[in-house]
Design a protein around this ligand. Sequence first.
Ligand code: R2B
Ligand code: URA
Length: 307
Amino acid sequence: NLNNLVETRYPDGTVRLRNPHIELMDQDILYHLALGSESHDLVEMFGDVKFVCMGGTPKRMENFAHYIMKEIGHKLPTGTSLMDISQYSYRYSMYKVGPVLSISHGMGVPSIGILLHEVIKLMYHAKCKDPIFFRIGTCGGIGLEGGTVVISDDAVDGMLNNYYEVPMLGKLVRRPAKLDKRLVRELKALSDVEDPYDTVTGTTMCAIDFYEGQGRLDGAFCEYSETDKMDYLENLNKHGVKNIEMEVIPFAALTHHAGIRAAVVCVSLLDRLKGDQVCSPKEVMNEYQSRPQKLVAKYIKRQLQMK
Ligand code: R2B
Ligand code: URA
């Protein structure tokens, strides 16, 4: 495969774009981020970015921006406050805290896929060096109680395939969905044995739907039995699948294709072997969602202190 021979990054760590057309364009508009290569000085605005953290909702990513600001002791210029850089896209939210970008990716494969194209191009235009991408999210656990943190070491789709398959020009193109194993080990090593919850590693399944695509019995439609559902989930479990969410395949495949190290850390909201409905109280849910953030913040802090 010729593609695998192409060096994906420049020797100085900047992201090489695997698209010959971009350099030939007068300008590149990152439409869904409300940014452009000519309308904005992307090197000046984003050149120092080292960590790109993504999660589903705008609010969670705004909270993460405030949290990471406190953790790394970043001070905003006096008289300024955190702003949603992409607010006028009305699609995604983006906050910048020193070397950290905090971006919402919405729900599901197409949403995170579009975002990744534009964020990878942003890294290229801004000449960011060796950026690391994280997804901090939520998931359903398989045999894991609510609140368990899962670091993905592999990604599969609902058919147990470990690639991202996209129809392009009438043909199906496959890209391997690979995650950085070293990053998985580094993150796992930072989890605290004193935590009142487990942090585990394992395969993550990417579904393209929340209900029937995840074997739930509580969608608007359901044409299988509870036994069918349990057989499916048990089979996933047998294949090492620890959790189900909706973005890991394109996240792993597109970062890998761009030569960008990336990790997915999700908190399980419920054990899917015990139910389908997400019904923990809001306070419990908020505390759960802070768990992946804590782990990733710890990693970022360590990395910044090492320099
Ligand atoms: C986890 O939670 C969302 C669905 O509720 C989806 O974005 C995901 O991956
Ligand atoms: N997100 C999912 O995709 N599935 C769940 O069960 C919970 C959160």
